[in-house]
Ligand binder design. Sequence first.
Ligand code: ADP
Ligand code: MG
Length: 241
Amino acid sequence: MIIQVTDLTKSYGELQVLKGITTQVAEKEVVCIIGPSGSGKSTFLRCLNQLEPLTSGRVVINGHDLSDPKTDINKVREEVGMVFQRFNLFPHKTVLENVMLAPIKVRKLAHEEARKQGLALLEKVGLQDKADVYPERLSGGQMQRVAIARALAMNPKVMLFDEPTSALDPELVGEVLAVMKSLAKEGMTMVVVTHEMGFAKEVGDRIIFMDQGIIMAEGSPKEFFDNTSHERLRSFLGKVL
Ligand code: ADP
Ligand code: MG
């Protein structure tokens, strides 16, 4: 198990957002998280790479115990890549520079090596020809693919995606999902919050339905979509499918 979460809770002041989450993710597994807005999906992902401190419970990720004060959080963040709904590329840097930045600054790669790696990653996401372009010249789908390449540049062991296609025009969703799918095929461990049920069904090894800060249901895509005996899940799927 590369991710182990045990009885995780997270509160903001009086508001308890995560109410005891227990789950684990195996190496190379693709877990898709679905659920209504406000159910705590983003908070859960943010707890996995310590963007939010845990309130209680335990998260162990690639051997790092996040509740242990001795854990080097920067190391954890290197090993856990994250892609958000909004791309947050640096506007005054070219596509290639965006991808090269963290490896040079954090991993201390030499410029030439970072450049080689950056170009290879851009090729992987189908954007090698955009290397010297500035982000403003890209479509949303292209920007998100650059954001994925940028996260991969740290050689993460796990990739977290928080609704990576939700901000995109519908015609641009497919190209981003295709990159994610190929990543999954290569054996990347992925946790993906998404409303793209087709993706969840096809690429997900397991689906987690979160609602009101807990895991309401969990299972293989087949169990999920063929046999939705769970009332709240059925009603949620009725709205999104
Ligand atoms: P989801 O991603 O499933 O839509 P979130 O994890 O974003 O849900 O939010 C769950 C709940 O936590 C919401 O009620 C939201 O308002 C609250 N919340 C999220 N982040 C914060 C924060 N930084 N401070 C206070 N409340 C927050
Ligand atoms: Mg969210």
